[in-house]
Design a protein around this ligand. Structure first.
Ligand code: ATP
Length: 248
């Protein structure tokens, strides 16, 4: 069985103003361990809802969401979440933020784990800084490092680089790929950027709205490491663009 399974999943919200909102309709999806999956789609097509159900923050209205065969009904340390807002604890410094989950769970050698991540993310020298002293890009590196410190099976990333400038965004994409190639966690990464999806993903799920559903599942065949100006990569990007635009 695949590591992640969405089995005929539908999600309906009861909204006080809009009534019945069908956020997702009949999602059937299997994701293998270690894959990098990007989720691309227009606003309101249910991308965040899909991640929330896997994260255990929302329940499917019908169908099942499984991780390693178990329903994901409640949040757990096996699923790490990174949002667009950096969500660091402002009263803790970089090292303490990264160690936070480990300290809460009394993990042995939390300092060793945190230091490895500090090195991995190039945060040496910033251990004692507080979130208000960090740039957006730096904050997001700390947020990702903090999530990875808990050694989740799956990383759920909801537009994590949307709030940083274009150059920092490319830098963070490369950094995430470097870390992923070492750790090979399964990643589900929501983005509005076709370029970002093509650059990062093994496979891209192209969603449509009203009701939210998967229109295409596209394998990105360009070899890694990819280069943004490489002909093979640009061809994949152009194909994805056509599929995405064609669907809306
Ligand atoms: N808690 C909620 N109550 C009512 N409706 C909701 C709730 N959460 C999401 N929705 C609705 O469900 C639909 C899907 O929302 P969702 O946030 O999953 O989409 P999205 O693709 O992530 O959108 P965006 O790209 O704008 O973040 C939208 O119509 C949204 O308004």
């Amino acid at each position: 069985m695949a590591q992640i399974v969405f089995d005929n999943v539908t999600k309906v919200y009861e909204d006080p103003d809009r009534g019945h909102v069908q956020a997702l309709s009949r999602v059937n999806l299997e994701i293998e361990e270690g894959s990098f999956i990007c989720i691309l789609g227009p606003s309101g097509c249910g991308k965040s809802t899909l991640l929330s159900m896997l994260g255990g923050f929302a329940q499917p209205s019908t169908g099942r969401v499984l991780l390693d065969g178990m329903p994901t009904s409640v949040p757990g340390p096996d699923r790490g979440v990174v949002f667009q807002a950096y969500a660091l604890f402002p009263w803790l410094n970089v090292l303490e933020n990264i160690r936070f989950g480990l300290t809460c769970r009394n993990v042995a050698d939390s300092a060793g784990i945190a230091n490895r991540l500090i090195k991995l993310f190039g945060l040496e020298g910033f251990e004692a800084k507080y979130p208000h002293e960090l740039s957006g890009g730096m904050s997001q590196r700390v947020a990702i490092a903090r999530t990875l410190a808990n050694d989740p099976k799956v990383l759920l990333m909801d537009e994590p680089f949307a709030a940083v400038d274009a150059l920092t965004r490319e830098f963070l994409q490369d950094e995430l790929l470097r870390v992923w190639e070492q750790d090979r966690k399964t990643i589900l990464f929501v983005t509005h950027s076709i370029m970002e999806a093509a650059y990062l993903a093994d496979e891209v799920l192209v969603f449509a709205a009203r009701p939210g559903r998967i229109l295409h599942r596209v394998r990105i065949a360009a070899p890694r490491p990819r280069h943004r100006s490489d002909a093979a990569f640009l061809k994949e990007y152009a194909n994805l663009e056509v599929l995405f635009r064609g669907g809306h």
